[in-house]
Design a protein around this ligand. Sequence first.
Ligand SMILES: Cc1cc2nc3c(=O)[nH]c(=O)nc-3n(C[C@H](O)[C@H](O)[C@H](O)COP(=O)(O)OP(=O)(O)OC[C@H]3O[C@@H](n4cnc5c(N)ncnc54)[C@H](O)[C@@H]3O)c2cc1C
Length: 448
Amino acid sequence: MIQKKITRLPKDPGPAAWNSILHPDEGYPTLEQDTTADWVIVGAGWAGLAAARRLTQLLPESDKIVVLEASRIAEGPAGRNSGFMIDLPHELNSDSYTGSNDRDLNSILLNRHAIDFAEQTAMEYDMPKAVFSRSCKVTGASTQQGIQHILSYAKHLAEIGEAFSVKNAGEMTAMTGSSFYIKGLQTEGGAMVQPAAFIRRCARGLSQRVSIYENTPVVELTSGDLHTLRTPKGAVKSKHIILAVNGHIQSFGFFPKRLLHVFTYASMTRKLTSSELSKLGGQSDWGILPADPMGTTVRKVSNYAGSGDRIIIRNLATLNQSLEAPQADMRRAKAMQDQSFKDRFPMLQGVDMEHRWGGRLCLSLNSMPAFGEIEERIWSACCQNGLGTVKGTLSGMAAAEQAVLGQSEWLNQFLEHDQPSKLPPEPFLSIGANMTMRWKQWQAGKEL
Ligand SMILES: Cc1cc2nc3c(=O)[nH]c(=O)nc-3n(C[C@H](O)[C@H](O)[C@H](O)COP(=O)(O)OP(=O)(O)OC[C@H]3O[C@@H](n4cnc5c(N)ncnc54)[C@H](O)[C@@H]3O)c2cc1C
């Protein structure tokens, strides 16, 4: 038997802007009594909700499924991200392609499986295109160094038989309205989401069948014939548990000294006026990923349900093993993002940022997930290694399938991974990683 007191609860700096710009949601109750369930999922992010939905497909109606979320739905990293669901490997620098083509192909296949699942979720819960749409992925370069990244990535895509097209400066301007990008690389197979709206609608759809509790952090876990999850005002006893808390799996005492807790940061403009929109030009909705992995992600979204036309900028990554980001990192992000915005959109001088925020990612040194049955009938679907909209969906689906079916064709492919490798000791880890990231950010130069 294990008894674990949860040492830390999630804290995300700044507002979850994608959620703040939506109309208020009626929300879900807080657990305020002792209850029982057949299945409990802890965490209502991409992994938790994918696990819940897959369980509803696999289990009989009579099985009771409960989701416990520490915060409010869509207020955590799940609703704070840039909304790119990417099927292809993230890194553009061919130096990082140490693995075989087979490994890349396997990973692409699995990523597409997760994106298909998200698409089916969007269809089942009637989500409009502004919330989920299949779209191409465009990577933009603004320097010769960025172009080299794009070309080496294109070479790798050709090797594995993936289709792509190269966009010239004029085509990039026609898309973004900005003359900042001098080359682009377009691939098919991804999707774009309004992350908070997707998570909210997914939870609302699931709530017909699943009991969801918000503002209900799990503060103690005791294993047994029936496991017990204690929350500040109640408890749930359940035979099966899926922990979908990403980096906070470490706060539950699992995977110690194996997980990297990285914060990344974003800013969102106020609503753009119609005269600003005509000054900007370009398409109404687009997203650009940076050619340099340490560069800036930019999205332009058009008005959805009164939330306005806006631009969202993301950059800066910091390692914060305490799972909290200090104000100094938020200030650094603000300065960087204001500069990135100015460089790209000189025609939008005077447009302020209405929201600034940060959020957590969980990575491992060898890019492996913290996945599997970690105690009898307790599964971990954590450590998404950055691309959590896709990898989170995948690990949630995989945990549900492993728990109910034991195996399935794609699951066996997913399970072909090692455990996250051990980290170097502190303070060397944090000093070394933050210095390396600063160096790489400096090297990214104008791509920032
Ligand atoms: C600014 C930013 C931009 C990003 N852009 C992208 C992008 O474009 N594409 C992409 O794929 N990824 C992106 N990400 C990463 C992505 O958001 C995460 O990887 C993803 O949210 C992970 O999903 P998850 O479900 O595993 O974890 P989370 O979304 O973190 O969900 C875990 C949930 O568990 C809850 N929880 C934790 N502890 C407890 C507890 N004790 N009791 C109850 N609940 C608990 C948390 O409150 C949280 O809601 C970005 C992240 C940030 C911050």
